[in-house]
Design a protein around this ligand. Structure first.
Ligand SMILES: [Zn+2]
Length: 324
């Protein structure tokens, strides 16, 4: 039996999907719904979509809500409560906090998706009891959320720890979605691995390889999936490139460890969740080459694909004494 006013609404706003859920302070998601992110009704369309989805859930559940947490793609301007100049959304500025707050007359806490995820990890996941922890997503993009000494790092606009844009290649071979060159995300994110695979195949003379034979027939969109399939089937060239990606990922992880000195790093995002050993094993193998700080525990998040949503729910319960 659901009690009035005891539940939180969490919103996970991604470039592709919006997910809205009702959750408890014990980290149980009672119900969740998912829709494709509406990018066809202007900059106000996205908050209107979220409001509609919350009504769908709340009307179904017939409850009052304690508050609303939103974990959103960035970059954000937290003071204005908006998304600004996101490379993944075709509007310069997307208002989020005000329209939702106005509609429901309750608190709306906004953080970027990885910051939201790390709050969820600390409240409900493998980060319980840790004051120093990092959540990393290896997905379409690469990002991180960081607690140091029990403080969530936010920065002047809410975009601290944009670790996907750490420079890992001063040869600047690949250009990142943000427009700059040499960034970690330009080589190792799900969206950009096809570019990296192609330059590795050009740079190196490989023996007979089914990856090499097949890669030119693949679209940009399907290459990452097919590449991992080749690696899982044991293609030597694909496995060599998996190892190279692991070394680049390890360089990124090592920078994160050297900067923030976490006790634990949890890893999520579809690419890491779907290819746990191909992604995580090389990172663990090469990180010691690059760190000066003591190597932390590195593991997949137990919250899986709900980590941002759980984080958004956690924001409702945590905001007063922890975040601001
Ligand atoms: Zn970048």
């Amino acid at each position: 039996v659901w009690v009035k006013g005891k539940y939180a609404i969490g919103v996970d706003l991604g470039a592709t999907n919006v997910r809205v859920g009702i959750g408890t302070n014990e980290g149980r998601i009672l119900e969740k719904i998912c829709e494709k992110t509406d990018k066809s009704h202007g900059s106000e369309g996205i908050s209107a979509q979220i409001i509609g989805m919350i009504y769908d859930l709340v009307n179904d559940a017939k409850i009052n809500i304690l508050g609303i947490g939103v974990g959103s793609i960035g970059p954000l301007d937290l003071k204005k409560g908006i998304i600004t100049h996101s490379p993944n959304i075709p509007f310069n500025s997307v208002p989020l906090q005000e329209p939702i707050k106005r509609e429901f007359n309750t608190s709306v806490t906004l953080l970027n998706d990885c910051n939201s995820a790390v709050v969820g990890e600390r409240m409900f996941g493998a980060g319980k009891g840790f004051d120093n922890l990092v959540y990393m997503t290896l997905s379409t993009g690469i990002g991180g959320g960081v607690f140091v000494d029990g403080h969530l790092l936010l920065g002047k606009d809410g975009n601290a720890s944009e670790v996907g844009h750490i420079v890992i290649d001063i040869e600047e071979r690949l250009r990142c979605g943000c427009g700059k060159r040499g960034h970690w995300e330009a080589y190792c994110s799900g969206k950009n691995i096809p570019n990296y695979v192609r330059i590795r195949l050009k740079e190196t003379v490989y023996r007979d390889s089914s990856l090499r034979k097949r890669v030119n027939g693949w679209s940009q969109e399907e290459t990452t999936k097919m590449f991992f399939e080749e690696a899982e089937n044991g293609d030597k060239t694909a496995l060599d490139i998996v190892e190279d990606i692991g070394r680049l990922n390890a360089a990124g992880f090592a920078s994160v460890i050297n900067l923030y000195d976490p006790s634990i790093i949890t890893v999520g995002g579809s690419m890491a969740l779907n290819h746990e050993s191909l992604i995580l094993n090389p990172i663990k193998k090469y990180v010691p080459n690059y760190v000066i700080n003591r190597v932390p525990k590195i593991q997949i998040t137990p919250l899986g694909e709900d980590v941002v949503l759980m984080g958004a729910i956690a924001l409702v319960y945590q905001q007063k004494h922890m975040l601001m």
